[in-house]
Design a protein around this ligand. Sequence first.
Ligand code: MLC
Ligand code: AMP
Length: 495
Amino acid sequence: MPAASANLYHHLRQAFPADLETCAVETDAGQLYSWRDLERGTAMLANFLQSLELPEGSRIAVQVDKSVEALMLYLAILRAGYVFLPLNTAYQSAEMEYFIGNAEPAVVVCSTANFGWVSTLAFQAGTRWVFTLNDDRTGSLLERAAHASDQHEVAVKQADDVAVIIYTSGNARVLKDYWAWRSPAEGGDVLIHALPIFHVHGLFVAIHGALINGSKMIWLARFEPKTVLRYLPQASVFMGVPTLYVRLLNEPGLTQEVTRHMRLFISGSAPLLMDTFKAWQRRTGHTILERYGMSETIMLTSNPYLGERQGGTVGLPLPGVSLRVVDGQGAAVPGGEIGDIQVKGPNVFAGYWRMPEKTAEEFTLDGFFKTGDVGKIDAQGYVTIVGRSKDLIISGGYNVYPAELESFINDLPGVQESAVVGVPHPDFGEVGVALVVPRQGVQLDAKHILDQLKATLAHYKVPKQCHVLADLPRNTMGKVQKNLLRQQFACSSNS
Ligand code: MLC
Ligand code: AMP
């Protein structure tokens, strides 16, 4: 590993345009932020955070609604050399308690609405500071930072220091070339940023992609198809999970004319159905470029910018990424055959936070990371993902772990056992269905089970349906046959 200064902010800052007064971010509420605003705002926040004299390597956990100030907070944490821990705004107290307890952040930033319960959890876990930050630019964090200097020396970090919990540095420069981002001198690109910023897609692929190219972002507080349509004529790049494309296709206003100015539509985080790919081509004349990545690895493969973008595939391994498909014994399978996808490259993360055993398990002896995805490589090198060996549902681009839900359901009174499976869904791509077996003589109410899940867990995780069954199908080894349940409940959930 190189030992030179590798502060991520430093790299992003180098790409800012020479004229700092030009617009860096325009919000859907009509606010304009210049590159100088970003530079000054992040300096003030970084100075304030450093004035807290946090120990080296301190984590700063952030659960706030999307705003430009939240973006600045992320950049300020990089600037100051601390570790950013972004948290989904849908998380409720049990989930937050786990993350705060596990990461032991020195600082927690939350919304004013959640301050009561979040601060209680945080102080109990030993966190020293809890600040608020709201999407209307209020809260204690900005009030305190307003007194800090707007001049700041970027903290010097080693290349392999942890920058963000969920990953280390990233492959933004590779993507800048691969997707042919246009430099400001070539007319520039403008990105519509419509994704949440607590996941790698919105945070790294989108934000880093724009910043490292000195490109303006149109910053949407939340995805709303009509707002995207309104901004398409002013933009050139859009990134979304497949659900965003499905919802845009439902808008009659999506036409060739409205997308005429666009250069590139990119999809990822979940499988893009061939129907969506083709419908998009027919309606707009644009071919969506699908890519494949993970939090642990950032981007792995991409369809080419200039070459053929093959629907149903995730394209070719990116420069610097080695990708192989192996059988159950770890031996490479012949081209075209299905197996487990393993990857290696400088973009792959260092390991799971404080989980050395899990980290060791997920890497092979020759240093490949086991993605948990199942796929194949064709003769031209295009990768197709056909499924997942990990028990994971990807719903609208969010990960839902059946094991977490099953363990919660199994603890409910009167429950003998349960299984949660993913089934196809026209909007979210895939959604969960819960199958629950009652203890003998107990009457279970399916709706009540879902209500109890909703009261505790982030709502996107809650299965869209629940059925009470007499028993679960098992194979001769006694293992629940989830594939049978998936088939049986596939049709009924498409409502
Ligand atoms: C919201 N809901 C979901 C859901 N999103 N249910 C299942 N799956 C989802 N993804 C539920 C809410 O809990 C709520 O339920 C109801 O839908 C309405 O909520 P909402 O907030 O109004 O939803 P909406 O704004 O429509 O959100 C849908 C969405 C959002 C598609 C815009 O889910 C989204 O932004 N997804 C993108 C996720 C993402 O960025 N993934 C990248 C991961 S990184 P109730 O019960 O309260 O009514 C990664 C690596 C890589 O995977 O390769 O990129
Ligand atoms: P996450 O853990 O949230 O980073 O999600 C990573 C997972 O998303 C990968 O392991 C894949 O299963 C899935 N994924 C990402 N991009 C694609 C894609 N283009 N097609 C299919 N699955 C994808």
